[in-house]
Design a protein around this ligand. Structure first.
Ligand code: MN
Length: 302
């Protein structure tokens, strides 16, 4: 584990872990990258770019509640070992009543976060913004590939899932969506029927939400630096409006931003990803009112 630049450390004095509302967990995992490489550089690039953010985000100041940036999770060893470390760090954050903010790394890191929330006894639903469904059973021989992460999460924990902005799927994924009644508002549908965006989540969708944002869910013109870019994604303001609309009346209890693969000379992508993190913090605080997570401490293991 190593120290990194604290998120928005340029604007806010450091807070202790105990005082913080948000805990940033840098997780530069890159085991299963299938096309472009570089996701391991994502967390450091986001933290560096965050130094250029302004403290005000559309009139509010999310950083005022305290952002603690934890040590970088060691991403050496097997996927199983890395996921266990991420799970431990996320569990620690929620046990301390902090909102976990995981920075990837490949999308697989999300599985560690979902396992931790599930172990804590938190009933939750996932909103996933992504170009891909990530519902394959196995990809390139690896069940922990980034192309399989949401399937693992659903199979292991039964968590309800809503997919947003997807625009490339395979037959196996379509079948799994049907079998598990996975909600999806794919990019093509959003494009053709914009009104469809504003439909609230199903009434039985859990009140507590975890957001997983694969930066390739946005259009590659917004964040080009990602391993598997796909044209036809959401624009910046569309993506945020969609997440705001769908989380209305619900609580966002944690989130991740994954798959930024920074490239030399491309400051647009790094800064957009950092701003995305800060915007999502603002979204979390909208629903701060009754932020509580029930944690069964007895189930904690070290
Ligand atoms: Mn993904």
């Amino acid at each position: 584990m190593r120290r990194v630049l604290p998120f928005l450390g340029s604007e806010f004095p450091p807070v202790s872990r105990e005082q913080a509302y948000f805990e940033i967990i840098p997780a530069p995992m890159e085991v299963s990258v299938s096309y472009g490489r570089g996701a391991a550089g994502g967390p450091a690039a986001i933290l560096a770019a965050s130094q250029q953010l302004d403290p005000l985000e559309e009139g509010s100041c999310p950083g005022a509640v305290g952002i603690y940036t934890g040590m970088t999770v060691s991403c050496r060893g097997s996927a199983a070992a890395i996921l266990k470390r991420i799970e431990g760090r996320v569990f620690e954050a929620i046990r301390g009543r902090r909102v976990p903010v995981v920075l990837g790394g490949e999308h697989t890191v999300t599985l560690g976060a979902i396992r931790a929330l599930h172990r804590a006894g938190q009933r939750l639903g996932i909103l996933q913004l992504d170009a891909h469904a990530d519902l394959r059973d196995c990809y390139e021989g690896n069940p922990y590939s980034h192309a399989c992460v949401m399937r693992r999460a659903v199979e292991e924990t039964g968590v309800p899932l809503m997919q947003l902005g997807v625009r490339t799927v395979c037959e196996e994924e379509v079948a799994f969506r049907r079998e598990r009644a996975i909600g999806h508002r794919d990019a093509a549908v959003l494009e053709r029927f914009p009104g469809y965006w504003w439909r609230p989540l199903p009434v039985d969708f859990p009140e507590a939400l975890y957001l997983t944002v694969d930066v390739d869910g946005l259009d590659p013109s917004v964040i080009p630096a990602t391993g598997t870019p796909v044209p036809g994604g959401l624009r910046w303001s569309e993506a945020l409006a969609l997440l705001w609309a769908l989380s209305a009346g619900r609580r966002v209890i944690g989130f991740d931003v994954v798959e930024l693969a920074p490239r030399r000379g491309d400051r647009v992508s790094d800064f957009a990803a950092a701003r995305l993190v800060y915007s999502l913090m603002r979204l979390c605080l909208r629903t701060k009112r009754d932020f509580e997570i029930e944690v069964r401490v007895g189930k904690w293991y070290s």
